[in-house]
Design a protein around this ligand. Structure first.
Ligand code: SF4
Length: 352
């Protein structure tokens, strides 16, 4: 199996950087500065969510193609020391399946001017690892939970692990990985009737709920815009039981529009990635588990940092590659354009 078999782009366009200002930071042609590094640590997952993966899974990355612990720490360290990264989020696949996760988080947290760290997880193994993760310096977690019904969970994820996720949520709170954020995707006819129940559940426990519009990143190419539950619909569903008023705090580069629930202070977030894009304020740069740099979730090209690193290039050259990649970042994902093309790499190996 090669990266081509996985549908992973391996080349990068030549970038004209003649107009790029002389700055060490990750600036792009549209005035944005990337300070938020998303690191996908592994493409494997212990769920098989229907909107993310086929039941049989995917052809996983070969171990030799994946960055090892030292390589991963070297690139994260470079981003923090030289490129102005101030936040690092670890994602997957399911990042808790990576055995050196705690080492990578601890190394990230011990960097001078350590970034804030967070983890996006399905929560299955969090009950076992939350204490260790908190001890390693992890600041907070985002946990995916689309339903409160065990049977629906089983149907959606093809695994009977609902109780494990609930235990993971509780462990995250117990060990101070807060605010505990819950990410939910509503699917028409499957769990869209649970919007209010999910919000009430999170409010009762002090979790911050964010609904996310489903995005076209599934390898089965089953996403159908007409079927997607939109941000407007989510707000309408929540409005049946709750009074929502826009949160007045500065949103900055945050993807979620936040709403005060019943006057606050509790809030709910809606991430309208498709119908309310926030690309104009995007501050993200992405590194995959196999050492490919992506300037956007929807990039059609990647920059291979793994090979130059293994060929012995120094940090200065890696930093230049990183800066050039971000300079070439597109203005937006273009999902509204007729010629939009879904990226070949699936969500599970890009990271959320
Ligand atoms: S990566 Fe996330 S969405 Fe995909 S199968 Fe795993 S838990 Fe589900």
């Amino acid at each position: 199996m090669t990266s081509v078999d996985l549908g992973i782009p391996v080349t990068r366009r030549t970038v004209d950087t003649s107009a790029r200002p002389d700055t060490p930071y990750l600036v792009d042609r549209f005035g944005r500065v990337a300070t938020d590094l998303r690191v996908s640590l592994i493409d494997k997952c212990n769920l098989r969510c229907t909107y993310c993966m086929p039941a049989e899974g995917l052809p996983w990355m070969k171990r030799s193609e994946m960055l090892d612990t030292d390589e991963m720490i070297r690139l994260i360290s470079l981003a923090v020391r030289e490129l102005g990264v101030t936040n690092v989020r670890f994602t997957g696949g399911e990042p808790l399946l990576r055995q050196d996760l705690v080492d990578i988080i601890a190394a990230t947290g011990s960097l001078p001017e350590a970034p804030r760290t967070s983890l996006t997880t399905n929560g299955i193994n969090l009950g076992r690892f939350a204490e260790q993760l908190a001890g390693s310096g992890l600041d907070r977690v985002n946990i995916s939970l689309d339903t409160l019904d065990r049977e629906t969970f089983h149907g959606l994820t093809r695994r009977d692990r609902f109780e494990d996720v609930i235990a993971g949520l509780e462990a995250a709170k117990e060990h101070g990985l807060e605010p505990v954020k819950v990410n939910s995707v509503l699917l028409r006819g499957i769990n869209d009737h649970e919007a209010c129940d999910l919000l009430r559940y999170c409010l009762d426990r002090g979790y911050q709920l964010r609904f996310i519009e489903q995005m076209p990143l599934d390898p089965q190419h089953g996403w159908d815009r007409a079927e997607m539950v939109t941000a407007d619909e989510i707000l309408r569903l929540l409005g049946e039981e709750f009074s929502l008023t826009p949160h007045t705090a500065e949103r900055g580069s945050a993807p979620a529009e936040r709403w005060l629930v019943d006057g606050g202070p509790a809030t709910v977030g809606v991430i309208g990635s498709v119908t309310r894009p926030f690309c104009a304020t995007c501050d993200r740069t992405r590194l995959t588990a196999d050492g490919q740099l992506r300037s956007c979730l929807f990039s059609q090209t990647e920059t291979n940092l793994r090979e130059p690193m293994r060929e012995g290039v120094d940090d200065a050259e890696l930093a230049t590659l990183w800066r050039e990649t971000m300079w070439a970042k597109a203005a937006g994902h273009g999902m509204d354009r007729e010629d939009f093309v879904q990226p070949t790499r699936p969500m599970s190996s890009i990271g959320g």
